[in-house]
Design a protein around this ligand. Structure first.
Ligand SMILES: [Fe+2]
Ligand SMILES: [Fe+2]
Length: 317
């Protein structure tokens, strides 16, 4: 099919840049270690598998301790967690295709197969928690909130070869997953419910490897990057922080004020007060600011300078 005037710009872009249209060239199939630390992560992940059905102390979840209102809020919260993990389930194999087509080191492919499984476990455990609290909720209670929780764009950009893989990993892993990791660590500290705490611990143990993958890959890939490549990576990270994170992707209180985000923020507050897993603006703010500062410092070490970021609730970071 040739590009034609009746194609939409999106179709045309897909035609030109679409990863799936590229010829597959699998041989020689190379199993050599290209990035030893990522190979080690693969082995560590293989050794550390867990099962949401048996490795979480579900019998310690005592619903009688909570009010109806708290339980409903916590169902909303854990359902929302499941939606974002569900997003990761499809983004992970999409990146896997990209690694293959671009013939990236095999270590990345090996690690990402387990990474995909880990994201499915995260989705399953969050779904189970929502079910046990009274029932999983399939979509945002106020539909308009979808804009904040669904915007991420990694699946699409992973298939668009005009966006460098280094930029996607820097934005998705070294920025968004790094922020998510800090939130989990924070949740472990503040959650009082033993089951909520156990879930956050189990997820965090996987996430530490996911983040490490990103940094090891960037170190490997950036050793010989040109200033132009670094500029594109920088751009991708800025978009992730400004358009996704500061728009409330991980934290509802950062979303632009609207009845929809207010409903989510209220659910978070009730869940937080119950000790069932969520956090609130005043508790999370310093954690979020720290995450951004750390990402900035680590990017700086690669010669990538991030600009100041502004948000009405955070000031300038
Ligand atoms: Fe996850
Ligand atoms: Fe992850």
């Amino acid at each position: 099919m040739l590009l034609s005037s009746d194609m939409t710009p999106a179709q045309a872009t897909e035609m030109v840049h679409g990863l799936l249209g590229m010829p597959e060239d699998r041989f020689p199939a190379d199993f050599d270690t290209g990035i030893p630390r990522i190979r080690e992560l693969f082995h560590a992940a293989t050794r550390n598998q867990w099962d949401p059905r048996v490795d979480i102390p579900w019998n310690e979840l005592d619903l009688s301790k909570y009010t109806e209102e708290q339980l409903y809020a916590a169902r909303q919260y854990w359902s929302r967690r499941a939606w974002s993990e569900y997003g990761a389930i499809s983004e992970s194999p999409t990146l896997q295709i990209r690694f293959g087509v671009e013939r990236r080191p095999t270590d990345m492919q090996l690690f990402f197969t387990i990474r995909s499984q880990e994201e499915t476990r995260h989705a399953e455990v969050c779904h189970m928690m929502a079910e046990k609290l009274g029932g999983y909720i399939e979509k945002p209670v106020v539909q308009a909130y979808q804009g904040s929780v669904a915007t991420h764009g990694v699946r699409k950009s992973a298939l668009d070869t005009s966006i460098p893989l280094e930029g996607i990993i820097a934005a998705l892993v070294c920025t968004a997953e790094e922020i998510a990791f800090d939130v989990f660590r924070h949740l472990i500290e503040i959650s009082r419910d033993p089951v909520a705490k156990a879930i956050c611990k189990a997820v965090m143990r996987d996430e530490v490897r996911h983040c490490a993958f990103g940094w090891y890959f960037l170190e490997h890939a950036l050793a010989e990057a040109t200033p132009e490549q670094k500029a594109r990576i920088r751009e991708a990270v800025i978009v992730m922080i400004e358009k996704v994170e500061l728009n409330g992707y991980h934290s509802a209180w950062l979303a632009p004020p609207s009845p929809a985000s207010e409903a989510e923020v209220n659910a978070d507050r009730l869940t937080y007060e119950a000790g069932l897993g969520a956090t609130v603006e005043e508790a999370e703010k310093p954690v979020f600011i720290d995450s951004i500062r750390r990402v900035r410092a680590r990017m700086e070490a690669f010669g990538i300078e991030l600009p100041p970021f502004r948000h009405p609730k955070l000031g300038t970071i």
